[in-house]
Write a protein that binds this ligand. Structure first.
Ligand code: B12
Length: 460
């Protein structure tokens, strides 16, 4: 038996837009693809090797590889699996139809179809709801015997003895590897899909299994794709970092990931940062979200920030770790001033800002709240963090203006002068890897965003 697993493209098919600069960004995102191999592909290949070692697996990252009709015709697979995030859903459904017309069996899985299995079902032979570990063996057996069921419900199992991602199956090279150490999140930020999908309780992978996986991986730079690199508990995180350091110190391996700010304000915060740095952490992406306190309250996002978030960012930098602040803009309580305020706060802290449109993903509390205001003609492909998908009561905050303001902010955040200033502000403690990571991220972003540079619609 042969299974083909597919990660759909980003930034495809936004064709209805009259605003060409947005299509331009989509093109840039698509052509650059990802710095990491889509983690789910190599992971599901590893899971297949564990539960059905006789099955041949092929992986296709459509951001990087040709997936024309000619390729589809030559697949010769008994089952094609597609992983679906919300903005990828239209491509996934369209492709699933095409594959089934050609006689392939198709299974859809991932965050989007877990939330909307009934929407996905007509396009597939089977839909996996939730995590794959508990159902993948049965699904493969059913596919082999020609008795696939419409839905498979994956339980939230313990994360012990998970398979290692299978390397060597993707056709292109990626600069970074990835690993995850836990699932679940204790916070309930309204816009986030994670606590609904993986649960509020955190499940940890055994530390020794994580360390062994990273040690054996051929990569020297990794993305820790945990939702929160230290949100799974301070004591456990410190222990993990110490073990990573012990095992990897001779191997020269480094990593980046997303983390909250409240953990850094814990009484062991300084120790947390020191051990994280020692274990190879060079950059933390933090969800600063906004300077607008009303919005932070609306989104229930205050808890993960703690009371001293400015100090927390400075503390991370003082420990030789760089910071990128994720910013969410354009919410219904946001104002035109918030765009400039977002830039100012990044300048004040001398950190990168990565602004996104606030997006109410299906299955989140924010989706229920914003539902009456959604723009009907904007399908799931618009839910990619670049586009506006809901109306705002303030006429100054029209979809066009909010999109323009976001693109102004992206380009302005990465002017060459800012990039240089930020790299020079990094502490010597982090030299050279923190500086190198920062340059590797900032220079391509600066180049890409310059191409879509816009005027600020809210300039005085
Ligand atoms: C790494 C990551 C990325 C990477 C790589 C994504 C990729 N497709 O490979 C990058 C940076 C590119 C990325 C981009 C985006 N991401 Co992202 N990302 C993540 C992150 C941090 C980890 C995902 C991961 O790889 N986990 C490890 C793998 C092994 O697990 P997994 O993917 O969850 O897969 C398991 C199950 O879901 C299931 N499964 C998944 N697919 C399939 C397929 C089949 C066939 C089967 C059987 C099972 C199955 O089985 C797996 C094992 O149990 C998650 C947060 C999180 N904690 O999940 C957000 C997350 C997935 N991203 C999210 C979002 C929103 C985005 C963006 C839209 C950006 C944005 N606006 O914020 C873009 C998409 C860009 C675009 N234009 O399409 C949301 C998804 C919301 C949604 N409803 O889709 C998440 C959950 C973040 C969040 N807090 O809300 N992302």
């Amino acid at each position: 038996m042969k299974i083909t697993l597919i990660s759909p493209p980003f930034g495809e098919y936004v064709k209805s837009s009259t605003i060409t600069r947005l299509t331009k960004l989509d093109e840039i995102q698509k052509s650059e693809g990802l710095p990491i191999a889509p983690p789910v592909l190599e992971y599901l290949a590893g899971l297949t090797a564990k539960v059905a070692p006789e099955v041949e697996v092929e992986l296709i990252d459509v951001n990087r590889e040709d997936f024309s009709e000619k390729v589809i015709d030559s697949l010769s697979s008994d089952l094609v699996g597609i992983s679906v995030l919300t903005p990828q859903a239209p491509w996934a459904y369209k492709t699933a139809c095409m594959l089934r017309e050609k006689g392939y069996k198709v299974v859809l899985g991932g965050m989007h179809v877990t939330v909307l299995p009934e929407e996905a079902a007509p396009y597939a032979d089977a839909v996996v709801i939730g995590e794959a570990e508990g159902v993948w063996a049965q699904l493969i057996a059913d596919a082999q015997s020609g008795s696939l069921k419409q839905f498979y419900r994956g339980e939230k199992l313990e994360l012990t003895g998970l398979p290692k991602p299978k390397k060597g199956l993707l056709k292109t090279k990626y600069p970074m590897g990835s690993f995850f150490t836990a699932r679940g999140c204790p916070f309930k930020c309204k816009y986030c899909s994670v606590y609904r999908f993986f649960g509020n309780d955190i499940r940890h992978r055994p530390i020794e299994e994580v360390v062994e996986e990273v040690a054996q991986s051929p990569y020297w730079m990794f993305w820790n794709v945990d939702d929160n690199i230290w949100g799974a508990g301070i004591d456990r995180s410190i222990k993990l970092y110490i073990e990573l350091y012990r095992e990897l110190s001779g191997m020269r391996k480094w990593w980046i990931g997303s983390g909250d700010l409240v953990s850094v304000q814990h009484s062991r915060g300084e120790e947390l940062l020191k051990t994280a740095k020692k274990s190879g952490c060079t950059l933390v992406m933090v969800g600063w979200e906004t300077e607008n306190v009303e919005s932070l309250k609306e989104w229930n996002a205050l808890m993960k920030q703690g009371t001293k978030r400015f100090d927390a960012v400075r503390k991370i930098k003082d420990n030789g770790i760089d910071v990128m602040m994720f910013l969410m803009l354009g919410g219904r309580k946001d104002t035109p001033d918030d765009y400039k305020r977002a830039l100012d706060v990044c300048d004040k802290l001398n950190v990168m800002g990565h602004p996104m449109q606030l997006t109410p993903f299906p299955g989140t509390d924010l989706y229920d709240e914003y539902k009456p205001h959604l723009i009907d003609e904007r399908g799931w492909e618009f839910y990619n963090g670049n586009r506006v998908v809901f109306e705002h009561d303030d006429p100054l905050m029209s979809p066009e203006k909010r999109e323009q303001a976001l693109f102004w902010l992206r380009a302005e955040s990465f002017t060459p002068a800012r990039v240089i200033r930020r790299i020079l502000s990094l502490k010597l403690k982090g030299f050279p890897m923190t500086h190198l990571t920062s340059a590797m991220i900032q220079i391509p972003m600066s180049r890409a965003f310059r191409e879509i540079k816009e005027g600020n619609p809210y300039a005085a």
